[in-house]
Design a protein around this ligand. Structure first.
Ligand code: FAD
Length: 468
């Protein structure tokens, strides 16, 4: 057993939630130790999530755009794909960012311990270090940021041709036929990458629509655009069996769009959701309550059932998104440092970085309807946007959702190229309590896609009348 280390604050897990919390805590003067089982900081997001997927999506997007230029009179030859180089590009992006994090930790004197941590009581953690030693850590306060992992399908055989998102991001091969199980954001992003690289991709989804959480009108545009690019999109269909054979993985389906025969695939991606790591950290020994699914419930200051232990990020619940983890990390660190911080966000944006992108924030129409919120909406079709037309990509639209009584914007969605970047204006508008007049009377630059937000607001009743 190596020596016992003591600190003011332990942060368990160095994903976006954990490193954001550790850095903020150190900036506020707490002596902080960050424990991470993997050799690099950044967690799922940097190493096997947000960042590598975006590096590949960017590449995929450009190669698709180059193809589309044929309609503008410029033709390129078929792309020559060097997978080793593409992989090296992706790895380079990751190491640049994880290296940056390591430097930031050092600059703040955050002590990083590489190893797997488990609570032994409410003030102690035992760490199996990467060097094979056991280290004791005594802490005054702790922030749990141990994240989540992919859910596996129990009937799937153990075969290298069946992968989760981490395996898909390794980009070992470009399959001829690929199946994506799960039509959520992660599945659709990977479908976008592999189909741009030349695979024929089928998607199977149990629900009656793709991209759960997004309003259907947004998804419809995505689906119309992608139907010619993809193989089959099987909605209301379940994957029920799979068999590994020499010629591929034979997969059987049941449901509305199920093909009668089993289908054969060179690669199968299982992207059916993620489960929190709450039951893998000895939380019970610290007295921290974890629900059956592995989530840790917290109050508005990110405190668990044990007041000096906080939890943040994927492990505390949906939406499992990096920016939510970072925000919660800052709150937990500030509260641990004695500040009066609270989780009080009015909105958390979601983005599918597919082609086209789909982004939404605040209340969706479906939520307004379910909750009985009296709302109005304004939709600006990109077919009327000079910039979208000039880009040759006018299939999208911008939608704002207003509270009917106050005309304040309470939600919105955008489908189209760069929707993920555009949605930020709506995030700010919701947080600032902006109404239709505030947005409609704001001069937006012309010709931009962002202008579609101002134009949508102007379409809302009352915006063109006299100001009060
Ligand atoms: P994680 O990032 O999961 O980090 C937890 C860390 O804790 C890990 O590094 C883990 O090794 C460590 N850990 C766990 N248990 C222990 C232990 N016992 N001891 C020591 N260390 C431990 N989100 C977005 O917002 N935008 C995106 O574009 C996006 N794309 C994604 C793409 C993919 C393919 C995937 C899988 C996810 C994506 N996400 C995206 C989700 C995002 O990655 C997560 O929401 C985010 O990483 C959660 O951060 P976290 O800090 O809660 O946990």
């Amino acid at each position: 057993v190596a020596e016992t280390v003591a600190c003011d604050l332990l942060v368990l897990g160095a994903g976006p939630g954990g490193y954001a919390a550790a850095f903020r805590a150190a900036d506020l003067g707490l002596d902080t130790v960050l424990v991470e089982r993997y050799p690099t900081l950044g967690g799922v997001c940097l190493n096997v999530g947000c960042i590598p997927s975006k590096a590949l999506l960017h590449t995929a997007q450009i190669s698709q755009e180059a193809k589309a230029l044929a309609a503008h009179g410029i033709t390129f030859g078929a792309p020559q794909i060097d997978l080793n180089k593409l992989r090296a590009f992706k790895s380079g992006v990751i190491s640049k960012l994880t290296g940056g994090l390591a430097q930031m930790a050092k600059a703040r004197k955050v002590r990083v311990i590489e190893g797997r941590g488990e609570f032994t009581d409410a003030h102690q953690l035992v760490i199996q270090t990467a060097a094979g030693q056991t280290q004791q850590l005594k802490f005054k306060q702790a922030i749990i940021a141990a994240g989540s992992q992919s859910i596996a399908l129990p009937f799937m055989p153990d075969d290298p041709r069946i992968v989760d998102s981490t395996g898909a991001l390794e980009l070992r091969q470009i399959p001829q036929r690929m199946l994506v199980i799960g039509g959520g954001i992660i599945g659709l992003e990977m479908a976008t990458v592999y189909s741009a690289l030349g695979a024929q991709v089928d998607i199977v989804e149990m629900a009656d629509h793709l991209m759960a959480g997004a309003d259907r009108d947004l998804v419809k545009v995505w689906q119309k655009f992608n139907t010619p690019r993809l193989g089959q999109i099987m909605l209301q269909t379940k994957t029920v069996r799979a068999e590994a054979k020499e010629d591929g993985i034979h997969v059987g389906f049941e449901g509305a769009a199920a093909p009668r025969e089993a289908q054969c695939y060179d690669l199968v991606l299982v992207a059916v959701g993620r489960q929190p790591n709450g039951h893998r950290i000895g939380a019970d020994k610290a007295g921290v309550q974890v629900n059956q699914r592995g989530f840790i419930s917290v109050d508005s200051q990110q405190r668990t059932s044990v007041p000096h232990i906080f939890a943040i990020g994927d492990i505390v619940g949906q939406p499992m998104l990096a920016h939510k983890a970072v925000h919660e990390g800052h709150i937990a660190a500030e509260v641990a440092a004695g500040k009066k911080a609270y989780f009080d966000a009015q909105q958390i944006p979601s983005v599918a970085y597919t082609d086209p992108e789909v982004a939404w924030t605040g209340k969706t129409e479906a939520e307004c309807q379910a909750e009985g919120v009296q709302y109005g909406k304004a939709v600006f079709p990109w077919a009327a946007s000079g910039r979208a037309i000039a880009n040759g990509r006018d299939e999208g639209f911008t939608k704002l959702i207003f509270d009917q009584a106050t005309q304040r914007v309470i939600g919105g969605g955008i489908v189209g190229t760069s929707a993920g970047d555009l949605i930020s204006e709506l995030c700010l508008a919701i947080e600032m309590g902006a109404d239709a007049v505030d947005i409609g009377k704001t001069i937006h630059p012309h010709p931009t896609l962002g202008e579609s937000i101002g134009m949508a607001a102007e379409l809302f009743e009352g915006v063109c009348t006299d100001l009060p």
